[in-house]
Ligand binder design. Structure first.
Ligand SMILES: [Cu+2]
Length: 130
């Protein structure tokens, strides 16, 4: 009867391997997904001198036709100049011009399609100080 435990052990070991593999998969991002690397204004930052544009750097090149960013005020109203575009000189950079903004909290909302056609999206805020 004890012989039956060998296949059981093997099964348990296989299941353990499978679950270990399953937990590993999310930590291995598909290579060409475009994730936000960094931004200006920086994520969660407080700026005193507002740059004339918001700039987002992604980990991969993005598709200009399907990638956009907008900036909203605390009421959700779009405040950028509506000219969201991929930087001609750097296909990993998404940018949109900003007018001068009153002090307050602003939300940057982005959605991009990387060159492998996968969609990623996200948002973050920054504060304009008095
Ligand atoms: Cu991808």
């Amino acid at each position: 009867m004890r012989r039956a435990t060998a296949p059981l052990r093997w099964l348990r070991f296989t299941l353990l391997l499978a679950s270990a593999w399953a937990t590993l998969i999310p930590s291995q991002p598909a290579k060409a997904h475009a994730f936000l690397d960094h931004a200006l204004p920086a994520v969660g930052s407080t700026v005193h001198a507002l740059p004339g544009a918001v700039r987002l750097w992604f980990t991969e090149e993005i598709e200009p036709a399907f990638s956009s960013v907008r900036v909203q005020d605390s009421a959700g109203k779009e405040v950028d100049r509506g000219d969201s575009r991929v930087d001609a000189a750097d296909p990993r950079v998404l940018t949109a011009s900003l007018p001068s903004l009153a002090p307050g909290t602003y939300r940057v909302v982005w959605r991009v399609v990387s060159v492998d056609t996968h969609v990623t999206q996200g948002d973050f805020t920054f504060d304009v100080a008095r």
